[in-house]
Write a protein that binds this ligand. Structure first.
Ligand code: FES
Ligand SMILES: [Fe+2]
Length: 399
């Protein structure tokens, strides 16, 4: 980025988004959240995990998804197929599985031990003769719509979704559909329960304007350079509902100490800059030399960020208008020796510190918006992906 890009270039590319300030009410209004629940969350695909997490028959995950008022079991059957069910016992409605993940030979309810097989059929009822005209085959678990994309398992609250999963990925099929997800291992998981609106939360991850301030101790020197002191984005692609932003890396960044060691064997946050601009599938959609990583938001509440040798995902789980659960999963190239493992540990630690910084402003921001002393958010060209997020929600609520 030796020749600084023209200012306000993203607005010129997406003039339909306008330049008006965004009312904070969309982040503070319980009523607005209820409309989002009805129009957006109830019509969305929710990523509940990855295929390899439940690789054997009987492996399961349980996801409580408040935004759609559901608890969902995702389980691999005897036949190897993955299915999803509402986590509700068909006897008297007890929550069937209470652990977040596990492995079972059958799903046994803790109340009266009704037992369902791995395909969701009711298999055993203690003292069955005492039920009137009883037919077990009429009491199977209620199925939830499920589909997978590149090993990511998604569920949908509707029996017949308006849009299929592949269609929901839209342009992202081309941008990140061929990334090497299967070559990577899960190396770290972080989560937090944050008192802020889900949109306001996502905003903090689709702009790099905050790097100079929020990450001044951890990452500023990694990403910001003399040529690009405010970490201007390399590129932005705004899709119909999804968004993609590409982040800059400082070419003068000289790793030292532990980072220098980690850098030698890979798996550092900024190692995108070491990659050839076109060699890695599913990365660097702008083909920029000084590139760190790309962020893709799969509307409404899932993110996949891809780079050289790693990717991570974010799940945002809206709970109320001002509460959101968040989970981050970090995947890296399989470590084949001790040095690569040490490198992973370094990057995990740096990432954890960075995430702490990212989350540090959210609850204060939400609380201050709720004081009513700010009516609008004023967004720069560098925050156009923030603007896009609000515009998509506004459009869908108006449909
Ligand atoms: S509520 Fe599940 S067995 Fe009775
Ligand atoms: Fe950040």
């Amino acid at each position: 980025m030796n020749n600084p890009a023209p200012v306000l270039r993203f607005h010129e590319r997406y003039p339909e988004l306008g330049t008006d300030p965004i009312p904070v009410e969309v982040n503070t209004s319980p009523e607005y959240f209820e409309r989002e629940r009805e129009k957006i969350f109830q019509n969305a695909w929710w990523c509940v995990g990855r295929d390899e997490e439940i690789s054997r028959p009987g492996d399961y995950l349980v996801r409580d998804i408040e935004a759609i008022n559901a608890s969902v079991i995702v389980i691999r059957g005897e036949d190897g197929a993955v299915r999803a069910f509402h986590n509700v016992c068909q006897h008297r409605g007890n929550k069937l599985l209470t652990e977040e993940r596990g492995r079972c030979r059958g799903m046994v309810c803790g109340f009266h031990s009704w037992t369902y097989d791995l395909q969701g059929q009711l298999a055993h009822v203690p003292d069955e003769d005492q039920f009137h005209k009883f037919d077990k085959s009429c009491h199977a678990l209620s199925a939830v719509t499920l589909d997978t994309w590149n090993g990511f398992i998604f569920v949908h609250p509707q029996d017949v979704p308006e849009r299929g999963l592949h269609e929901s990925f839209g342009e992202l099929n081309a941008l990140i559909g061929d990334f090497a997800y299967d070559d990577m291992d899960l190396v770290a998981e972080y989560s937090a329960d944050v008192k802020c609106n889900w949109k306001y939360f996502i905003d903090a991850f689709v702009e790099a304007y905050h790097v100079e301030s929020v990450h001044r101790r951890s990452l500023k020197e990694t990403f910001n350079s003399q040529d690009n002191p405010y970490c201007h984005l390399v590129d932005v692609r705004l899709h119909e509902r999804n968004r993609s932003v590409s982040c800059y890396a400082n070419p003068q960044h000289a790793p030292h100490g532990a980072e220098a060691l980690a850098y030698k064997v890979g798996a550092t946050l900024a190692q995108g800059a070491l990659a050839s601009t076109t060699a890695l599938k599913g990365t660097n959609f702008a083909g920029e030399k000084n590139w760190a990583f790309d962020i893709h938001i799969i509307f409404p509440c899932f993110e996949i960020a891809t780079s050289n040798g790693w990717y991570f995902t974010y799940n945002w789980w809206p709970v109320t208008h001002n509460r959101t659960r968040w989970e981050m999963r970090f995947y890296m190239n399989r470590a084949t020796n001790l040095a690569a493992r040490v490198s992973q540990e370094f990057t995990k630690t740096l990432t954890r510190d960075t995430l702490r910084e990212d989350l540090s402003t959210l609850e204060n921001g939400q609380a201050m918006m709720e004081t009513g002393r700010i009516k609008y958010m004023t967004l720069s060209d560098q925050e156009i992906a923030v603007r896009h997020g609000y515009k998509v929600v506004e459009r869908l609520l108006a449909e």
